[in-house]
Design a protein around this ligand. Structure first.
Ligand SMILES: [Zn+2]
Length: 455
């Protein structure tokens, strides 16, 4: 057999149907596809154009991050963390977002992607908050990552003088245009008709995007119920809780990814399970946001009922899915005083296979197996946190983090090598991002809130 790349002598956490973990393993790539995975001795007959010594590497599938705001990076660290949720969004995050120029959004997105690639994430689902859509899509097209991106979409007429029907018409037309311009036709970065969610979309828009997603084989991602105010709003306006209302509209289903989902009741969790709706949990954002995820979250119940739970990093603070996995594998054990909850192997499934399922990419990414896309993260197991190597999956989740990712391939292309992106000029990007961030913050008129003097 011939191949383009053969990585041999590595430890391989395959995430294949049998969940094999292979010591002294080998993985062969032809074009953009994995063609063989097994013991190095069994793959020794493969003739490859490039043979990579995998001793010192542990290979995992590239991680799948199903909730990330890629254009938020330039305001990282600037938004105070101690304000009420509504004030954080209304006075800080949203005005800052809307003040970014298209060029600033493009640089923010590339910084987020560099941070994701370098920590082993090869596929992301953007949160539906990109405003300068074409500029961002153009900027990220050649970074090497795989992604689905949504335009900032909301249509509720908060101003009584607004033309409500026009808002809905325009919002939907923009999404249809995006899907036509960046179709899911095999390209790595494509558009999805995402919604901001919460209470910002009308019933009509929810129904139109569900139909659009089903018709185009794409999906819809939307925020819901991180804190209690979504439920309060829906109860006041519709007499039903948010997920009950969405069920009535007929918009739940495997095409939908609802994000956060902390303040649910048992009936809503049942509706999610029965409909095949995906749920993305962002443990890092939830903990620091004070959502009450450990006290109120029904994630153990939803997982028990068969809900597909995936993981996301959410805002700008960090983009490391390994950190998120580690949190997932610990917080409900503590909250419920039950050490059997969300063990390491389940957290790894969430960050790979479950994420792929939420994005309609099952059988394409999320595992290292013949026929899958060659999306691979190589972890440097000669770092101190990896030594000695006793239990690869346990140590991946509990001991290591994304800084140990040495190399990454997407579609068989090495997009990270020796901890540096190969298709992004990181030095230039970082210099540009720093200058732009300072300009954005100066324009905003908002203060840098720091407990201690910054001199
Ligand atoms: Zn979000």
């Amino acid at each position: 057999m011939q191949a383009d790349i053969l990585i041999t002598g590595a430890v391989i956490v395959t995430m294949d149907a049998e969940r094999r973990v292979i010591r002294d393993g080998a993985l062969a790539i032809s074009g953009d596809t994995i063609v063989a995975v097994g013991k190095a001795a069994d793959l020794a007959g493969i003739e490859a154009r490039e043979v990579i010594d995998g001793a010192g590497f542990l290979l995992t599938p590239g991680f799948v991050n199903t909730h990330v705001h890629i254009t938020e990076t330039l305001i990282r660290g600037f938004v105070p963390g101690d304000l009420p949720f509504d004030e954080t969004l209304g006075r800080w995050v949203i005005p800052l977002y809307k003040d970014h120029s298209p060029a600033e959004q493009a640089v923010a997105a590339k910084l987020a992607i560099a941070a994701m690639l370098r920590t082993g994430t090869t596929t992301f689902l953007e949160a539906g908050t990109v405003i300068a859509f074409d500029e961002v899509m153009g900027a990220i097209e050649n970074t090497g990552i795989r992604g689905r991106v949504g335009r900032w979409t909301e249509d509720r007429a908060w101003d009584p003088a607004a033309d409500a029907q026009k808002l809905t018409r325009d919002a939907f037309a923009a999404l249809e245009r995006d899907l036509a311009a960046y179709p899911q036709d095999g390209r790595r970065v494509a558009a999805w008709p995402n919604l901001i969610g919460h209470m910002t979309a009308t019933d009509g828009l929810w129904q139109q995007v569900a139909e659009l997603a089903r018709r185009t084989g794409t999906g819809v991602s939307a925020h819901m119920s991180p804190v209690a105010n979504d439920a309060e709003w829906y109860l006041a306006e519709t007499g039903r809780r948010p997920v009950e209302h969405l069920a009535e509209l007929g918009v739940l289903g495997p095409h939908l990814n609802l994000v956060h989902m902390v303040h649910l009741d048992a009936r809503e969790a049942e509706l999610v399970a029965a409909s095949g709706t995906n749920v993305t949990h962002c443990p890092d954002a939830a903990l620091r946001g004070g959502y009450g995820t450990m006290r109120r979250g029904l994630f153990p119940e939803m997982a028990g009922a068969g809900v597909n739970i995936a993981l996301g990093t959410d805002g700008a603070d960090n983009h490391d899915m390994m950190r998120v996995m580690s949190l997932m594998a610990s917080l409900f054990r503590d909250a419920r005083e039950d050490r059997s909850l969300f063990p390491a192997h389940q957290a790894l499934e969430m960050a790979t296979l479950n994420g792929a399922q939420a994005m309609g990419l099952s059988g394409t990414v999320g595992a290292l197996a013949p026929g899958m896309k060659a999306d691979v993260a190589a972890h440097d197991i000669r770092r101190p946190e990896w030594v000695p190597l006793n239990n690869p999956v346990e140590q991946l989740v509990s001991s290591a983090d994304g800084r140990g990712v040495h190399s990454v391939w997407v579609d068989g292309v090495r997009v990270v090598e020796n901890h540096r992106c190969t298709l992004i000029d990181e030095d230039a990007l970082q210099a540009e991002g720093q200058v732009m961030a300072e300009a954005i913050l100066a324009r905003s008129g908002l203060p840098l809130v720091s407990e201690w003097p910054v001199l």
